[in-house]
Write a protein that binds this ligand. Structure first.
Ligand code: MSP
Length: 530
């Protein structure tokens, strides 16, 4: 039996900017999907991390007058702290300055070099001295000149190392024609179109005199590796890949590559499928000798925008997830990020909607359901509840809806449509609250006749069991509240949080529930002015 059935990775984030809402979304999505698999009992591994090298990091450090390593460590700490606040359950953590990663990158470079997959050539182009980068026609103004933001632009000849892409074009095109590697499907089509147009090769080196903050090429000491070449390799280096059979203490604690690879999903945003992942990465793996069966799959998500425009730090058009989590709670943020976007599509962030969603769906609907059920069970039955007899007329309809719910949720979760799973859960919560209104336990409690007492028992028993079911199903998105609800129900969360417990009728007769405490306190503050 393989050690894993599921290996999920997320794009690693830049360290030259504080984490923003888009980063938080991607990690929470990955965390939710992996938690779902764990709930199903599927051995799973979740890797995420930070991309610490490159020109942008070096320049940001220079601006502050500190070493790039110190800068990267400081920014990395911000990401780590936020991921902890948001309750990420990653098994691995990829920092690209890790010595094992460095050796694997160098091993990959050496392997490609030995296989004749790298060549040196000179390039003549326009170079911005201020921004320390070559400019392309994309950077030209309509009149053909380069704008003042680039400072002095000079024509420069530079020798560099190149990785051939064009010679692998036919392989990539036929791979994409025969295998489904990208979700959603239309992104695979976009990638195929781009693959058909591959013409140039990829420059994978930077001369040390202009970029020192990178991994040195093992066969040419005057150069470091281009940051994307380095960063992409994180997916295999932190999964235990050793291109030349490397060993040493720096590899301790890394997983067994054969057991993990290929990743069932790399979760990435739509901006980095083409060319970085869909073209460079697949061709890199192919050139390294990975078979077609060893190609990873991509789950490509959309973007969170603000006011219809792309989030951008320079225009101040961003939302800070650390601030949102502190202001409204990590749970409110997780729930909103999973509920208000369809996986693969874009959405517009709004603090009003975050508050409204949380207050309506969680504080009001689910929170009240838990609170009312436990209060009534305590008030009318001293906390002791009985399962409804099968086919009991009062509860039959809701019992049928409860029985159907896990399948409905699973169908959505297994196609990564978390928002739709939450919608199904929300509908069921609404039905449960409607049922309380119709069954009116407070009226039943006033009548001691045996059939009325049986109706009250059935009502409370069904509701308590429905809450247990809801806690299990919502746990991938809201792990902490799920545990809290199960504890209040008098259950052991560790034993209960399994998909095979997500079926109705598992509360034993005479089960004693605990007393309610607010799980989703209402957000009373209003959002900051737009
Ligand atoms: N460091 C590279 C990835 C290297 S992977 C080997 C990178 N970093 S990033 O910080 O710019 O982006 C990290 C992830 O966040 C990407 O998947 C990106 O698509 C995602 N997002 C960045 N902005 C986003 C939104 N506004 N909305 C949703 N996700 C977005 O790219």
């Amino acid at each position: 039996m393989p050690a894993k059935s599921f290996y999920i990775t997320t794009a690693i984030d830049y360290t030259n900017a504080a984490p923003h809402l888009g980063h938080a979304y991607e990690k929470v999505l990955a965390d939710t999907l992996i938690r779902w698999r764990r709930l199903r009992g599927i051995p799973s591994y979740f890797l995420t991390g930070v991309d610490q090298h490159g020109q942008k990091v070096q320049m940001a450090a220079q601006r502050e007058g500190i070493e790039p390593a110190a800068y990267a460590a400081r920014e990395t700490a911000k990401f780590k702290a936020l991921w902890q606040t948001l309750g990420l359950s990653n098994d691995g953590w990829a920092e690209t300055t890790h010595p094992a990663h460095k050796r694997v990158v160098q091993g990959c470079l050496a392997k490609l070099h030995a296989a004749g997959e790298l060549y040196k050539a000179s390039y003549t182009g326009f170079y911005s001295v201020r921004q320390e980068q070559f400019l392309t026609d994309k950077e030209r103004l309509p009149d053909g000149t380069f704008g003042p933001e680039w400072g002095q632009v000079v024509e420069l000849v530079e020798e560099n190392w190149y990785f051939p892409l064009a010679k692998h074009r036919d392989w990539l095109v036929s791979l994409l024609k025969t295998r489904s590697l990208v979700f959603p499907d239309f992104r695979q089509q976009e990638l195929l179109n781009a693959a058909e147009k591959i013409s140039g090769d990829l420059c994978i080196s930077r001369p040390k005199e202009r970029l020192s903050w990178g991994i040195p090429l093992p066969f040419d000491e005057n150069y470091v590796t281009y940051v994307w070449f380095d960063a992409l390799i994180n997916y295999i280096s932190f999964a235990g890949y050793r291109p030349l059979g490397e060993s040493g203490p720096e590899f301790e604690g890394l997983p067994d590559f054969a057991a993990l690879w290929p990743a069932d999903f790399h979760i990435i945003g739509k901006d980095i499928l083409i060319p970085a992942h869909g073209i460079y990465w697949l061709i890199m793996l192919h050139a390294l000798g990975f078979s077609d069966d060893q190609m990873p799959r991509f789950l490509v998500h959309g973007f969170w925008n603000m006011g219809g425009a792309r989030m951008s730090k320079s225009t101040g058009n961003t939302a800070d997830p650390a601030v949102l989590a502190a202001q409204y709670s990590p749970e409110a943020l997780r729930y909103y990020l999973m509920r208000d976007i369809a996986t693969g599509q874009d959405a517009d962030f709004s603090a009003e909607r975050l508050i409204a969603r949380y207050n309506a769906d969680l504080a009001n609907d689910l929170g009240n359901l838990v609170n009312r059920t436990l209060s009534m069970a305590n008030r009318y039955r001293g906390g002791v509840i009985q399962p409804p007899p099968p086919g009991f007329p009062l509860t039959a309809e809701l019992a049928a809806a409860a029985a159907a719910l896990p399948g409905r949720v699973a169908a959505q979760m297994e196609t990564s449509q978390v928002h739709a799973a939450l919608e199904a859960i929300g509908e069921f919560v609404t039905r449960c609250n409607g049922f309380i209104e119709t069954a009116a336990p407070w009226k039943l409690a006033k009548d001691p006749a045996p059939e009325t007492a049986a109706a009250l028992d059935a009502t409370l028993g069904l509701l308590a069991d429905a809450i247990r079911l809801l806690a299990i199903l919502i746990s991938p998105v809201l792990p902490r509240p799920a545990e809290e609800i199960l504890s209040q129900l008098g259950l052991d969360p560790a034993a209960e949080l399994r998909f095979d417990r997500a079926k109705p009728g598992l509360l034993p007769p005479g089960h004693r529930v605990g007393s309610p405490r607010p799980v989703f306190p209402r957000i009373e503050t209003s959002p900051p002015p737009a």
